[in-house]
Design a protein around this ligand. Structure first.
Ligand code: SAH
Ligand code: SF4
Ligand code: F3S
Length: 435
């Protein structure tokens, strides 16, 4: 048999892209490609791209520029662009970068084999359709034995919310949920391969409707799988946090006490302009209810500063919302105008003002993250060990609250959940001892 061809995938953007990259590797595995971590030895390079902010999209073009010498050296090398930049700018990529052999949008990954067959034939190897058929039904069953005890599982894709700043509704299309039966089958399959923690993914995962009782119904069904110990989900929209889901945080032992619930801004005026369809107060009351169900929940969020029209007072409202909520961790971004979105038509906030606000917000969020971590010291938590650490004899795992924890423990503990006492707070992780 011929040597397997080598595939190198570079993934940008969100966890959904991480999951999609794994699935694309599986589809191409069936075509004789084996994954490599070394770009230089690849026969095919796939960039799985993100379009969310301008910087993210620019990275693709600069990366493609860097691939030129490799392609010159190895004319048979195939270069593909997948993901959200492919969806948004597919034809432009083909035009601007003749070294690109194929372009595939996020809903067409199952068609990679036929696209691959078109490369080098003079036919256009571009597919950015939103096909009727479900791509997951047309992909090979997950063949690879996963070496890790944690896995992502996409259950919902697309977004119907149309926040005024966001490209996702355009790059990922309308909201679609995978039927619960398929999700359960895939989860069982992962657990059979040693996975103990599953993170359910969706651009709006709590709008999931593939189970008659929504995301909470799916979580309860998953909780019945023996050997699956932890369930998480991301990303949620405040308007889709229903009572059953809130209740599950208090009643489902396998649902971990961590929630990423972006609010973007604390100003009602800006929230309205963003088309978020809720006020700051609705969000704050929602947080109260979730914390009543699960008092120790660690809350995470996303923020945008410098949205068109944001005044000093609007920004102050964001700062006071953050002070009131107290986040365990969060992401914050300077607004980036995206072509085709309604907000991109509006006058921008002065860049130095936006930059200054971003610094202020990040300082506050870092302080809250530090305090949250510091409050863990002395506590006993459960840690699922995932891999070896940099130091000899050290393992890294995640606590229930998703903190990375370093512990001296034997490698045989990888894949197990142990009780750990937290002894120290480092910058982005905690140190602990087996209890
Ligand atoms: N579906 C998720 C988030 C998807 S994008 C949700 O609704 O919460 C992830 C984050 O990127 C968003 O929460 C937002 O904070 C940020 N983001 C999206 N578009 C952006 C833009 N044009 N400029 C800056 N940040 C943006
Ligand atoms: Fe984008 Fe808003 Fe949809 Fe999130 S809810 S993906 S921010 S449009
Ligand atoms: Fe980026 Fe697409 Fe995810 S734009 S954040 S990769 S959905």
């Amino acid at each position: 048999m011929a040597d397997p061809k080598k595939l190198f995938i570079k993934t940008y953007g969100c966890q959904m892209n991480v999951y999609d990259s794994e699935r694309m590797a599986e589809v191409l595995g069936a075509e004789g490609y084996e994954q490599t971590q070394a770009m230089e030895e690849a026969d095919m390079i796939l960039l799985n791209t993100c379009h969310i902010r301008e910087k993210a999209a620019e990275k693709v073009y600069s990366e493609l520029g860097r691939l030129r010498p490799l392609k010159d050296e190895k004319p048979d090398l195939k270069i593909g662009v997948a993901g959200c930049v492919a969806q948004a700018e597919g034809e432009e990529i083909m035009r601007r970068q003749p070294l690109v052999d194929l372009v595939v949008g996020p809903q067409a990954y199952h068609r990679l084999p036929s696209l691959l067959a078109k490369t080098g034939t003079g036919q256009s190897a571009l597919d950015t359709d939103f096909p009727e058929e479900d791509k997951f039904d047309h992909m090979p069953a997950r063949p690879k034995a996963t070496a890790r005890p944690t896995a992502f599982l996409t259950v919902q894709e697309g977004c119907d919310k149309f926040c005024a700043f966001c490209v996702v509704p355009y790059t990922r299309g309308a909201e679609v949920s995978r039927p619960a039966s398929r999700v359960l089958r895939e989860a069982q399959n992962l657990v059979d391969r040693g996975v103990r923690e599953i993170t359910l993914l969706g651009q709006n995962v709590n709008a999931y409707h593939g189970h008659e009782k929504g995301l909470a119904g799916l979580i309860w069904a998953l909780a019945k799988i023996d050997g699956l110990d932890r369930i998480r989900f991301t990303t949620s929209h405040p308007n889709d946090m229903d009572d059953a889901l809130i209740d599950a945080f208090g009643t489902c032992d396998k649902l971990m006490p961590y929630l990423h619930l972006p609010v973007q801004s604390g100003s009602d005026r800006i929230l309205k302009a963003m088309n978020r369809k809720h006020t700051a107060d609705i969000y704050l009351r929602l947080i109260e209810r979730i914390r009543t169900a699960r008092p120790d929940l660690l809350l995470s969020g996303d923020f945008i500063v410098g949205f068109p029209g944001e005044t000093d007072q609007d920004f102050e409202d964001t700062m006071s919302l953050v002070r009131e909520v107290h986040y365990g961790q969060a992401y914050s971004f300077k607004y980036s105008p995206r072509p085709g979105t309604p907000a991109a038509e509006k006058a921008a906030v002065d860049d130095s003002v936006a930059q200054d606000r971003l610094h202020q917000l990040q300082a506050l969020l870092s302080e809250q993250q530090y305090q949250t971590q510091a409050s863990m010291v002395g506590r006993t938590v459960k840690v699922l060990f995932e891999k070896t650490g940099r130091q000899e004899g050290q393992l890294i795992g995640k606590s229930d609250y998703l903190h990375a924890v370093h512990v001296n423990a034997p490698t045989t503990d990888i894949g197990t959940i142990q009780t750990v006492q937290i002894v120290e707070n480092a910058t982005n992780s905690l140190a602990g001892q087996l209890a």
